[in-house]
Design a protein around this ligand. Structure first.
Ligand code: AMP
Length: 419
């Protein structure tokens, strides 16, 4: 019978890969919690309206990429394409601002976008997402980017550049939208049909266009950063100043407009030159109006998301394999020794030492082959002779040396071999 394949663009993370994922997740949790963030876990399925209202009706994500459908009750739902909207929904729904004016939250999990799959771009992908509610100060924008850098340093990623920009406030944007529209109109139909449509619906989106000709035409476009008001400029200057004080290097890139409507003032992206066209590792920004737009109080907020697949691809380029291996392999030869090996394996695990065995009672030769393949550092051999003398043979696979230990009270000796 023909076998069933996974859905296109959705990947299994196999055991020989999962070590990378665990390492990245563990480091993220440690760094985020050190900066005062607490974990939140929201459902992967939400009401479609949540994303339409927050990300924006005329964005690529909502227009083209959402996994949206009606459930059996005719309710319109969508798999989350990103985490911010869900976290804001949860924050408002549970009145999280009530017991603490400031909330720092993070979420790690899968996101879904119906994009054309290619290297570094999938239909199910994973993000580490961090959000802060209740702080308007530019200090927190800078701290977030600094934290991102600490995290990347921690897992050993180098050669990425922090690009920052400001989108001003909705007022600045209103003025700028008209200036940009005039520019686009002057260039007429030299732009692609998508951009011509964007000119009418959401002109700022033209900067996201992947068509080279459009990008070339935009070289001479007026920039939002040159049309922001005094307050927004002061906020941006302060962000840059704090980044400098923290020693976090950045470049100002006026083209970082991000693909979502809710951003204002600070936006940023972490970019690498090592992954081809899918060059963004993560990004984020400030979204002060969103909590209010989703029915909450007027709470300022800022957040970012990092893509884990791209992060791990980078790590794999820089480091060698990371396969998890048991510390011990216990080989029991014969009926009785195998039962003793079974108990010894449980005993080792009880001590927090990872141990494996051959459950099927194969020959010494094939058990040694399995032990070797498992990558275990130590092999314990238990045969009939050893059993009668109440001994074990302990073989160090690295140094190729062997010694004999008494079977009773062997725990103390083995505990020494923890690392
Ligand atoms: P965004 O909110 O779209 O900027 O996404 C934040 C990060 O998530 C990006 O910088 C990527 O690292 C990652 N990401 C977004 N979309 C995808 C995708 N389709 N496949 C893999 N990673 C993605």
């Amino acid at each position: 019978m023909e076998s069933i394949q996974a859905v296109r663009g959705m990947n299994d993370i196999l055991p020989d890969q999962v070590g990378w994922w665990q390492e990245v997740e563990n480091a993220a949790r440690e760094v985020l919690e050190n900066f005062g963030y607490r974990e939140i876990r929201t459902p992967v399925l939400e009401k479609l309206e949540l994303f339409a209202r927050s990300i924006g009706e005329s964005t690529d994500i909502v227009e083209k990429e959402m996994y949206a459908f009606e459930d059996r009750n005719g309710e319109r739902l969508a798999l989350r394409p990103e985490a911010t909207a869900s976290i804001v929904r949860s924050y408002v729904q549970h009145g999280l601002h009530a017991d603490s004016a400031v909330r720092k939250l993070y979420e790690i999990g899968p996101m879904f976008r119906h994009e054309r799959p290619q290297k570094g771009r999938y239909r199910q992908f994973h993000q580490i997402d961090a959000e802060v509610f209740g702080i308007d100060s530019p200090m927190i924008d800078a701290e977030m980017m600094h934290m991102l850098r600490v995290f990347l340093d921690r897992i050993g990623i180098s050669g990425v550049v922090l690009n920052i920009n400001t989108l001003g406030c909705p007022e600045c944007r209103k003025t700028y939208r008209e200036i940009l529209k005039d520019f686009l109109t002057a260039k007429g139909d030299q732009f692609c049909p998508d951009c011509l449509r964007r000119r009418e619906t959401n002109p700022l989106r033209v900067f996201d266009c992947k068509v080279e000709r459009c990008q070339a035409l935009l070289e001479s476009a007026p920039m939002l950063i040159d049309h922001i008001d005094e307050e927004c400029r002061a906020h941006f200057d302060a962000v840059k100043d704090y980044l400098e004080k923290l020693g976090t290097r950045y470049v100002v890139n006026p083209r970082i407009v991000r693909g979502l409507d809710y951003y204002m003032r600070t936006t940023f992206e972490v970019i690498t030159d090592r992954l081809g066209s899918q060059n963004a590792i993560g990004g984020g920004g400030r979204y002060n109006g969103l909590v209010r737009d989703l029915g909450g109080a007027d709470v300022p907020a800022v957040g970012f998301a990092i893509g884990m697949e791209r992060l791990i691809m980078l790590l794999q380029q820089e480091q060698s394999e990371k396969v998890r291996m048991p510390r011990f392999f216990v080989a029991g030869l014969g009926e009785q020794p195998r039962a003793a090996a079974f108990l010894l394996v449980q005993q080792l695990r009880g001590l927090g030492l990872e141990a494996e065995m051959d459950y099927e009672g194969r020959s010494l030769k094939s058990q040694m082959r399995r032990a070797d393949k498992s990558g275990a550092r130590y092999v314990i051999i238990l045969g009939e002779d050893e059993m009668s003398r109440r001994e074990i043979q302990l073989r160090d696979m690295q140094t190729k040396t062997q010694r004999i230990l008494p079977l009773d009270n062997v725990e103390d000796e083995l505990k020494q071999l923890r690392d």
